[in-house]
Write a protein that binds this ligand. Structure first.
Ligand SMILES: *Cc1c(COP(=O)(O)O)cnc(C)c1O
Length: 418
């Protein structure tokens, strides 16, 4: 099946007389005929749902679909993108370990990595992912256990060279984890380029309608966890009578552990209703992504030619520094998000934003409606002018998430505000 078909037909496959729409299994618990069977569930030797903190049939169908879309052996849904990013790493790292992360990533992820995970004794080494392999190699320490980056960074809109990062990570015996939130599997499937684990904030384009926060982790099944670096996967887990994940679950060792150990203990599994909304978004994702990208391209060209605009960051523009990488990794579209700097500085940006009629001024991106955000007044408000400059954020920068309205209306709104 092609990806458009998979978005509709992977996962839940109704049988004769069954509901066509994915049912919402509103149950915390599951009933079995024998105590022996329940014992097997707890030993992880029989398949089945135990308790909805760990899995749920509605969620399981959505997981099957997402695994198929990204080309992985398994998927785990989480209550948010933040939970997915955290668990993707904490599944294989412990106090005393370090990992490498691209500098151009989502601000919430930076807080998680640099502040909260540091309190757990896990060090994040930030790198410039645009550096060459030799420079990147120097960042590795003997205790480095993973590399993390975003395909299309939020809000920098830089495109990551996934093949390069995968080569460096694998040379050091560690997996590459890619946050594929902005492109979605419609525009990029990082596993095909060598990524080992993919994470998503499904809150963005996958949901797309600003109704459900959620996340997902997809396991390629390709990484060799038996290389000596990952004892938590190869050594006995005392909470399951000494079971070894690699031995019992083979290629699905990582994603199984993330569910039966971490999700069990941290309690970050989404409710059935949330999984249902995520699935609803997935069904129309290919159509929406194509239109987002088409509208964004038109808007980027309009902004690029406008005399009140300093510069536009959108990797679909031929003049963009990431255009070549975009043509390699995102040839079918570069999503609907861009940023641009307006002449007139910080005040000019605020005045422009307040004059927009159609675009929503929100702390959100990747929505069916066009949204704008002024990072210097919102997400990066605490920073001084000097800190903003160091973080590469221009005070006159506006992030624009192009929606599915008629593109002429979007452009007319922008033109009127200018
Ligand atoms: C929003 C976002 C996250 C965090 O996801 P939540 O669902 O808000 O927790 C992670 N990565 C990227 C790229 C994002 O845009």
């Amino acid at each position: 099946m092609e990806i458009e078909t998979k978005c509709l037909h992977e996962g839940y496959k109704p049988g004769n007389g069954e509901p066509l729409a994915l049912p919402i299994y509103q149950s915390t618990t599951y009933t079995y005929d024998s105590t022996e069977h329940i014992g097997k569930l707890f030993d992880l030797t029989a398949p089945g749902h135990m308790y909805s903190r760990i899995s749920n049939p509605t969620g399981a169908y959505v997981e099957e679909k997402l695994a198929a879309l990204e080309g992985g052996v398994g998927c785990l849904l989480t209550t948010s993108g933040q939970a997915a990013s955290f668990m993707s790493l904490f599944n294989i790292l412990s106090a005393g370990d370090s990992f490498i992360a691209a500098s151009k990533i989502y601000g919430g992820t930076v807080n998680l990595f640099a502040v909260t995970m540091k309190r757990m004794g896990i060090e994040c080494i930030f790198i410039d992912e645009d550096d060459d392999e030799e420079t990147l190699q120097k960042a590795f320490k003997p205790n480095t256990k993973a590399v993390f980056a975003e395909t299309l960074a939020n809000p920098a809109l830089s495109v990551c060279d996934i093949e390069k990062l995968a080569r460096v990570a694998h040379k050091n015996g560690v997996p590459l984890i890619i946050d594929n939130t902005f492109p979605t599997p419609i525009f990029c499937r990082p596993i095909e380029w060598g990524a080992d684990i993919v994470v998503h904030s499904t809150t963005k384009y996958i949901d797309g309608h600003a109704i459900q926060v959620g996340g997902a982790i997809i396991d390629s099944g390709n990484f060799d966890w038996g290389n000596g670096n990952y004892p938590s996967l190869t050594e006995p887990d005392e909470s399951y009578h000494g079971l070894r994940y690699t031995e019992s679950f083979g290629r699905a060792a990582y994603i199984t552990k993330a569910r039966v150990q971490l999700t069990r203990d941290l309690g970050v599994y989404p409710p059935a209703q949330a999984a249902f909304y995520t699935d609803l978004g997935l069904q129309t994702l290919p159509v929406r992504m194509q239109r987002h990208a088409e509208n964004a391209m038109r808007v980027a060209e309009f902004l690029n030619a406008h005399p009140s605009v300093h510069y536009v960051n959108y990797p679909g523009l031929k003049t963009d520094r990431y255009y070549e990488l975009a043509m390699k990794y995102l040839p079918k579209g570069q999503s609907g998000v861009m940023s641009f700097s307006i002449k007139g500085g910080r005040e000019g940006a605020v005045r422009f934003m307040d004059r927009l009629q159609l675009a929503n001024n929100v702390v959100h991106v990747a929505d069916v409606r066009t949204c704008v955000l002024h990072p210097a007044s919102a997400t990066h408000r605490q920073l001084t002018s000097e800190q903003l400059a160091a973080a590469g954020i221009d005070e006159a920068l506006i992030r624009l998430s192009v929606g599915l309205e008629n593109v002429d209306d979007i452009i007319a709104d922008l033109a009127a505000a200018f």
